[in-house]
Design a protein around this ligand. Structure first.
Ligand code: GDP
Ligand code: MG
Ligand code: K
Length: 299
């Protein structure tokens, strides 16, 4: 479909971990497709949320956090993020009004200076600060980079989110409706399911199993004789000790992870789900780039 005056384009959301990128995306798209977490770096792949209205279609990309790389996975994430920035029509650089300026932001601003894409400064979590604190903060960012627009919002409470959408529309080129209106994501269910399992495992094990887990969905199969979908997935950890934590005493932890993930997957697929989980140790997987691709990482 290609209507005259119709606007469409790609918008990348960047910012330090926990500034509220996923919360914003989930609010706009209205469905749980990007995973929210109080742990940094939950979002590691690009997730496209498609927002369609009468006169525009905005395709959001929830990029992995841009930050100083600490190991190979960091390098890889950086590359993914930087490529994403060059290809999009607009970048939303989200900051946390409550935390203020940080070194991570300085690093991101340096990257933004290397590309031509217009950038909005989105000041999130304004529900957490007094308006008097907002202006000096914004002035500081303005002194470092020439932002196309500056929009304060609360992604959590929804304040000013509609204004932001209106501003985004102004910066989109005329273009086709890339996706049908009822499609909110172009990622296969496989990836979303893997993220749901990973989210539960991270939440339930707290700090004991840091970011060193990956989830691979091996099977998604609708059983013809019933309304049930069979899902088989493997949780990959780096050390035997982590495997023990994930499985838990008499398998209790794994059971809990499975039960919680199953409920979300059922909501996602709209049918009953039989979820089977395995745990596998694969040492040092984060430093093996070739394997990253097997785990669903894309360049
Ligand atoms: P991301 O790492 O940038 O994707 O951040 P998340 O979307 O996962 O959010 C991190 C945390 O900040 C979560 O606990 C959110 O509930 C919280 N959060 C996000 N937006 C807001 C906001 O506008 N106000 C407040 N008070 N909290 C927020
Ligand atoms: Mg996120
Ligand atoms: K996060």
């Amino acid at each position: 479909m290609n209507r005259e005056g119709y606007k469409s384009g790609f918008v990348s959301i960047i910012g330090r971990p926990n500034v509220g990128k996923s919360t914003f995306l989930n609010r706009v798209i209205g469905q749980k497709i990007a995973i929210m977490s109080d742990k940094p770096q939950t979002t590691r792949n690009k997730i496209q949320g498609v927002y369609t209205i009468d006169d525009a279609q905005i395709i959001f990309i929830d990029t992995p956090g841009i930050h100083k790389p600490k190991h190979k996975l960091g390098d890889f994430m950086m590359k993914v993020a930087q490529n994403a920035l060059k290809e999009v029509d607009l970048i939303l650089f989200m900051i946390n009004a409550e935390e203020g300026f940080g070194r991570g932001d300085a690093f991101i601003i340096e990257r933004l200076k290397e590309i031509k894409t217009p950038v909005f400064l989105v000041v999130n979590k304004i529900d957490q600060v007094h308006p008097d604190e907002l202006l000096p903060l914004i002035d500081h960012y303005k002194s470092l980079y020439s932002f196309a627009e500056i929009v304060p919002i609360s992604a959590l409470q929804g304040n000013n989110v509609e204004t932001l959408i209106e501003q985004i529309k102004k910066y989109l080129p005329e273009g086709p409706q890339y996706y049908p209106p009822d499609q909110v994501t172009d990622h296969p269910e496989r990836f979303i399911i893997a993220e749901l399992v990973r989210e539960k495992a991270l939440h339930l094990t707290r700090e004991e199993v840091p970011h060193s887990i990956a989830v691979v969905v091996d099977t998604i199969e609708r059983r013809e004789d019933s309304q049930t979908v069979y899902v088989g997935a493997t949780i990959i950890v780096e050390r035997d000790s982590q495997k023990g934590i994930i499985i838990g005493k008499q398998g209790r932890m794994l059971k809990e992870i499975g039960q919680r993930a199953r409920m979300d997957i059922e909501a996602l697929l709209g049918s009953k789900v039989f979820l089977e989980l395995w745990v596998k140790v694969q040492k040092d997987w984060r430093n093996k780039l070739s394997q990253l691709r097997d785990f669903g990482f894309r360049e």
